[in-house]
Design a protein around this ligand. Structure first.
Ligand SMILES: Cc1cc2nc3c(=O)[nH]c(=O)nc-3n(C[C@H](O)[C@H](O)[C@H](O)COP(=O)(O)OP(=O)(O)OC[C@H]3O[C@@H](n4cnc5c(N)ncnc54)[C@H](O)[C@@H]3O)c2cc1C
Ligand SMILES: NC(=O)c1ccc[n+]([C@@H]2O[C@H](COP(=O)([O-])OP(=O)(O)OC[C@H]3O[C@@H](n4cnc5c(N)ncnc54)[C@H](O)[C@@H]3O)[C@@H](O)[C@H]2O)c1
Length: 444
């Protein structure tokens, strides 16, 4: 029997605690989270703000009570403030200021990430909003009916920024989307895909302001505008979405960390201390596309790493198979999915990379209804022929296609292996010369 203490009970922590309690008996499991709720799906935030779902109820999939029914002790609104790794004790403080000192045999850190806060004047003004927690979404939603808030600037045109730009436009706000990079979604897509998303956003009246750094948020007490190195925009609300940083302050001086401060873990999710595991957004991942350690903050990685750690702390040796950073976005009618590296990222990392591209109708021309274009790009290494990444875009759901590319990268397949891959044909789904085959065959 082991005593397992878990710090953080959102996606990674919930996955670990479920794995432990569903598969193993006789462990003592104690869970701490400083928030009042657990398992909030941030991915539903934009749908909630944009009124595409009725409310937030369905955005939670686990409760303190359900975890306790399975046998763990859960302390919510209780923050871990110190860890004594020698004595194996965590010090927790609850909302009433009471201190709990809890010993452990195995410790799992699942403290996640925090939104990056730009060091600019005005970031503490009223109506400046971060978007991470359930409470952040609640605050944003409370502001929406306010007639004084007509114009919203979203700073950061990554995944969160683009999704929220759509959400605020859907509820009648005039939206300006600002990014330091030359376009939106630069981490995930090459320029021809980004152009599609830019056109999509512009068509809905979203003002795109790229290649500029925000230097100040203007206003006396409330937001009145945003100043960048290229211009000034009159807005009533500012949403900051410029990325996440790992939340590792409590142990970053005691454990080995990655260049961005994430806890470095091995394939068993073990940190540099044998009995201490780290999972989710506070930890590194093994990235099969670069064949090296990386930091990729995604709920999917959080869940998988929680499962791996859950088995390992209970004595079953299980190794992560690594990740590809597979991701997707759906904005108005445009769906885009990607995995691994873009061509730009691959080149910037020093690969002699090339891409095989194809765009075609999904189904044969004689299918006149629901037949739309699909764009696919496969990135590969010219010398080894190894597939490094893939991107797809369409107005239909092409998400299952990207999972195949994800597996191909995981298994280190070459582009040539895809050329004659057995892909079935049925006019309802695709063409005999389907877009994946054609893209692969076009590889030089
Ligand atoms: C708006 C938005 C949309 C997103 N959409 C997607 C998506 O579509 N797909 C996707 O894959 N990912 C998405 N993500 C990313 C995803 O939410 C994160 O990768 C995921 O939440 C990571 O889970 P985690 O459990 O590792 O960390 P977190 O969710 O950050 O949870 C960490 C937990 O630890 C607790 N904690 C922290 N410090 C302490 C402490 N000292 N003591 C006690 N408790 C502590 C926190 O209260 C929190 O509950 C989105 C994120 C946001 C904000
Ligand atoms: N659909 C999804 O899978 C999904 C949705 C939301 C969030 N997430 C994940 O959550 C994490 C956080 O998302 P995010 O959108 O905050 O990060 P992100 O990395 O996707 O985007 C951050 C953006 O902010 C820009 N930026 C950085 N500093 C800036 C500055 N000072 N001024 C202006 N722009 C600046 C970057 O160029 C980038 O475009 C990511 O790992 C993301 O993949 C995933």
């Amino acid at each position: 029997m082991s005593k397992i203490v878990l710090v953080g009970a959102n996606h990674a922590g919930t996955a670990a605690v479920n794995t432990i309690l569903d598969n193993y008996e006789n462990n003592e499991v104690v869970v701490f989270d400083r928030n009042s709720n657990i398992s909030f799906l941030g991915c539903g935030m934009a749908l909630w703000i944009g009124e595409q779902i009725k409310g937030p109820e369905g955005l939670f999939y686990m409760t303190k009570e359900r975890i306790e029914e399975k046998g763990a002790k859960v302390h919510l609104e209780t923050e871990i403030q110190h860890i004594d790794f020698e004595k194996k004790v965590v010090k927790a403080v609850n909302k009433n200021g009471e201190v709990i000192n809890e010993t452990y045999d195995k410790l799992i850190l699942a403290t996640g990430s925090l939104p990056i806060s730009p060091k600019i004047k005005g970031s503490n003004l009223e109506n400046v909003q971060f978007v991470k927690l359930y409470q952040d979404a609640q605050k944003a939603i409370e502001l929406l009916p306010n007639k004084d808030i007509k114009r919203v600037a979203v700073v950061g045109a990554g995944y969160i920024g683009v999704e929220l730009a759509e959400a605020f436009q859907r509820c009648g706000k005039k939206v300006t989307l600002i990014d330091a990079a030359e376009s939106c979604l630069t981490r995930y897509y090459d320029s021809e895909f980004r152009k599609k998303m830019e056109d999509n956003l512009r068509n809905k009246g979203i003002d795109l302001q790229f290649n500029q750094m925000v230097s100040e948020i203007k206003g006396d007490t409330k937001v009145e505008g945003v100043l960048t190195d290229k211009g000034e925009y009159d807005v009533d609300m500012v949403v900051l979405a410029i990325g996440f940083r790992p939340n590792t302050d409590i142990a970053k001086d005691s454990l080995e960390t990655f260049k961005n401060g994430a806890y470095k873990v091995n394939l068993n999710q073990q940190t540099s201390k044998e009995d201490v595991y780290a999972i989710g957004d506070c930890a590194t991942v093994y990235d099969n596309s670069i064949q090296d350690t990386n930091y990729i903050a995604l709920a999917t990685n959080a869940v998988r790493s929680g499962i791996v750690a859950g088995h390992n702390v209970c004595g079953t040796k299980l190794e992560s198979i690594g990740v590809q950073g597979s991701n997707g976005i759906s904005i108005y009618d445009l769906k885009m999915v990607s995995t691994g590296m873009t061509l730009e990222v691959a080149k910037s990392r020093g690969y002699d990379a090339e891409s095989a591209d194809w765009a075609d109708l999904q189904k044969p021309e004689f299918i006149e209804d629901d037949n739309t274009e699909v764009m696919v790009k496969i990135v590969y290494d010219k010398a080894t022929r190894r597939i490094l990444g893939a991107q797809m875009a369409s107005s239909i759901d092409i998400s299952m296609g990207i999972h195949m590319f994800s597996l191909a990268i995981q298994e280190q397949l070459t582009i040539d292996k895809l050329k004659l891959l057995d892909i079935f044909f049925l006019p309802h789904f695709n063409k005999p010369y389907n877009y994946i085959t054609m893209a692969a065959l076009s590889a030089k």
